[in-house]
Ligand binder design. Sequence first.
Ligand code: FCB
Length: 456
Amino acid sequence: MIFPENFVWGAATASYQIEGAAKEDGRGQSIWDTFSRTAGKVVGGDTGDVACDHYHRYADDVKLMRELNLAAYRFSIAWPRVQPTGSGAINPAGLDFYDRLLDELLKAEISPYVTLYHWDLPQPLEDQGGWATRDTAYRFAEYAAAVHARLGDRVEHWATLNEPWVSAFLGYGNGVHAPGRTDPAAAMRAAHHLLLGHGLAARQLRAAGARSLMLVVNAAPVLTAAQVNDPPAEPSKADAAAVRRIDALLNRQFLDPALRGVYPAEVLAAAERNGGTAHILDGDLTLINAPVDLIGVNYYNPCIVESAPGTPADPAWPGSDDVAFTSVDAPRTAMGWPVVPTGLSRLLVRLSRDYPQVGLMVTENGAAYEDVVESGRVHDADRLAYLDSHLRAAHDAVRQGADLRGYLVWSLLDNFEWAEGYRRRFGIVHVDYDTQARTPKDSALWYRDVIARNGL
Ligand code: FCB
């Protein structure tokens, strides 16, 4: 099973999850610093203060990437390092860190994929309303331009936002993520302002000469449980309508404005019922519809729904009234997520069919399992099997015509898994948080060989 020539193989991380050094070199506060210090929000009261100490260990971490044959590394920039208050003065010392990291990556012949926003909003911007406020979109574009001005000479691939659905609806809807607000109208506004920020930033970057731009989404196939079967069962009319509506809220809410300059009717209806649409100004959709080269797809599991009249909207899903979120009979990861590799092939084929003007890249895919270190080895057979089956699904999608350009595993390192703290391990490399020792798991050694032969 050989992948196309020039297929890009790599791994991904995010700033707050790995960097640590929360108070060094002028870094400001992010909403995750505040949230992780709020009692009851993160399992075990864990914070990103130290994390994987990547801020100090980046050179060794890049060496490790090189040993694992990675050709690409996706990481994110911490906005509060670069612009401690989220607006105004740039902190050159914060950019210096990424400057050093980039030089190390380029020396190791690893292509950087830079994500500008992976959830660590400067706290002062949240204090002024955060993503629920329009101004944040303009602040984001300014910050993006400042990062490009310093790093653009060495970075070809830029992602604006990571998973705006999660930022908006877990951050402002069900409050499971920072900033922990629970206001459906604010969540709908946040989604729009994130999109606006994406469009404004993409335009700035393009004007400044950025070669390749992408938006990274947590897209997932929305299915009834019976549709997951092989062969899939035809849904009832009511179930098909539930599928369509949730697909609009999860996938098309972001992809249609970004790639076609329109909102799905279901999304406008959800906004109407949750605060209205006055925040969507004339011209916004044109700004949002900035040309991009790639869609980054973070896939973990499908979204399973059924029609359930009388069920109130889930707080993370304004507009999901009369729908139940269920699951399927499948093996589960330590997150409780069902393992459904065919979800990835369906998703990629569908995205290339519906949005043929952009290429696709799997920007995250991976799994948390309970790992044990035994005489310096981690025999993570479950994770290896998860990755193997999803790569087979990705290959199948390519065979069916999906324009898939690369695959980045989540994650290089075990790290701070947001509200789950450090107890959930997604790394192909184990991190001992007491000693910061890195131990490549069996999955990492396997992945190294997959990359070497460009396939399975
Ligand atoms: C994604 C996030 C990433 C990581 C994985 C498990 O939603 O983008 O940071 O937490 O889930």
